[in-house]
Ligand binder design. Structure first.
Ligand SMILES: Cc1cc2nc3c(=O)[nH]c(=O)nc-3n(C[C@H](O)[C@H](O)[C@H](O)COP(=O)(O)OP(=O)(O)OC[C@H]3O[C@@H](n4cnc5c(N)ncnc54)[C@H](O)[C@@H]3O)c2cc1C
Length: 402
């Protein structure tokens, strides 16, 4: 059986570790953060490949995996329903998936506080070196170390995250805090709002302790807003003047910027969305980036998940793509053994898929451009239907066949 070193212990790394361990391989996960990662992330749209990967990890999923939603609606700025459609989906949460995957993996295989800083490889093995002076050698190294992947940086330094020109304001609001209006017109749906040049969407997710009982759930929202480079610098600066160019922690976002965003919500969004922004204790934002790779296999080291590609979240498939990458890595190792040939086969299959996901996500982001806005003025309900039909739906088959 093979020995595989996995860099990054978030959802991508955990999928790879669980799948490989389940097939009898020896895995070691190296995660730089000490302690649990829980508390990061919010809602995740599930797709069939995500459920398939969980099953292949030996994880039994039941109705508790998430909150089922049947309908999508778009609210105009006054809060009226202007377009709707039936589209059943299950909405889970980052935290639920993290716990399922982490608890399914024997704890001695997951090492935290291990920040990978250097790599080397030869014809027979690959090795990572960590900040704390330890090194780990395997037949293969699989890097799932995210948007700012250190491994990608060492192997393909030209591939850098490209800012898309907008940020996503995010948060989750407790169900029991919401008014009857928001509960009856928005809460049970995958909701959308399309104010000029912006987009907001949301859906119900499990509440604390992954509770999906009515009354205990939360509503997860993602509000995309154009943000200039100068405005982004201001957002990435905390109330004490400290600037965090790589991303600011949710608890550090300046109270002045939070006041501004809540004010903007009152002025530009439907009352249901504005209420969510008011009543969510921890509103935070993520700048939206594209990462587009030309190569994801480097002899005995492979990139997967957000380390290989980051698509704008309109496609809602970052976790599903990471799960698909992990399943593909397992399959090619079964077929070729844990060697460079297997990773070449992985690249042949997954590189074009990743590139198409980026293109698709850019297309969905076009709605927020000038041209998209012109179309919107002509036919708001028509555009609303298109946005609802195309956002965060399962497109894995089309991506593989394209
Ligand atoms: C606004 C927004 C909404 C989203 N919505 C969805 C959605 O609805 N559905 C969906 O599927 N996806 C969604 N995503 C995307 C999704 O969160 C990611 O694509 C997915 O989590 C892939 O994770 P990953 O494990 O590859 O990387 P990450 O989750 O970024 O994890 C990387 C891990 O590597 C660790 N690490 C980094 N450097 C090192 C190092 N040098 N050594 C060791 N460890 C290291 C980090 O600490 C981290 O734990 C969304 C993203 C955003 C921004």
């Amino acid at each position: 059986m093979a020995k595989i070193i996995i860099v990054g212990g978030s959802l991508g790394g955990l999928f790879a570790a669980n799948l490989l361990h389940h097939r009898g391989h020896e895995v070691t996960v190296l995660e730089k953060v000490v302690g649990s990662l829980d508390g990061r992330g919010a809602g995740i749209v599930t797709h069939p490949s995500l459920m398939q990967a969980l099953t292949l990890c030996g994880i039994k999923t039941d109705n508790n995996i998430g909150v089922p939603v049947d309908r999508r609606v778009t609210l105009d700025q006054l809060g009226n329903d202007i377009a709707e459609m039936t589209l059943p989906q299950i909405l889970t949460s980052w935290s639920k998936l993290y716990h399922l995957l982490k608890e399914n993996l024997p704890s001695h295989l997951y090492l935290d506080g291990k920040s990978v800083k250097a790599l080397d490889q030869d014809d027979n093995s690959s090795t990572v070196h960590c900040e704390d002076g330890t090194s780990y050698t395997g037949d293969l190294v699989i890097a799932s170390d995210g948007l700012r992947s250190s491994v990608r940086n060492l192997l393909a330094p030209d591939v850098v995250p490209e800012y898309a020109g907008y940020v996503a304001w995010r948060g989750v609001c407790d169900e029991h805090l919401l008014s009857k209006l928001s509960l009856t017109t928005l809460f049970e749906t995958f909701g959308f709002g399309l104010p000029p040049g912006e987009q907001i969407l949301g859906y119900p997710v499990a509440g604390s302790n992954n509770n999906i009982q009515p009354g205990f759930r939360r509503y997860n929202f993602v509000w995309y807003r154009k943000t200039s480079d100068a405005e982004l610098i201001d957002l990435l600066t905390d109330a004490d003047g400290n600037y965090y160019p790589q991303g600011i922690s949710p608890i550090k976002v300046s109270w002045r910027n939070l006041a501004k965003i809540r004010d903007a919500a009152r002025k530009t969004l439907a009352p249901q969305w504005a209420e969510l922004l008011e009543k969510t204790a921890l509103v935070f934002f993520q700048a939206i980036y594209d990462v587009y790779s030309e190569k994801i296999a480097f002899h005995r080291i492979g990139l997967m998940g957000d380390a290989s590609f980051v698509a704008r979240p309109h496609v809602g498939m970052g976790v599903s793509k990471a799960a698909e990458d992990a399943m593909c890595i397992c399959d090619v190792i079964d077929q070729y053994g844990a060697n460079a040939e297997a990773l070449r086969a992985y690249e042949k299959i997954r590189l074009p898929v990743g590139q198409r996901v980026i293109e698709r996500a850019r297309y969905l982001g076009e709605y927020m451009t000038e041209q998209g806005q012109e179309e919107l003025k002509k036919d708001l309900p028509g555009i609303a239907k298109r946005v609802m039909l195309e956002t965060a739906v399962d497109i894995s088959k089309q991506l593989q066949e394209a």
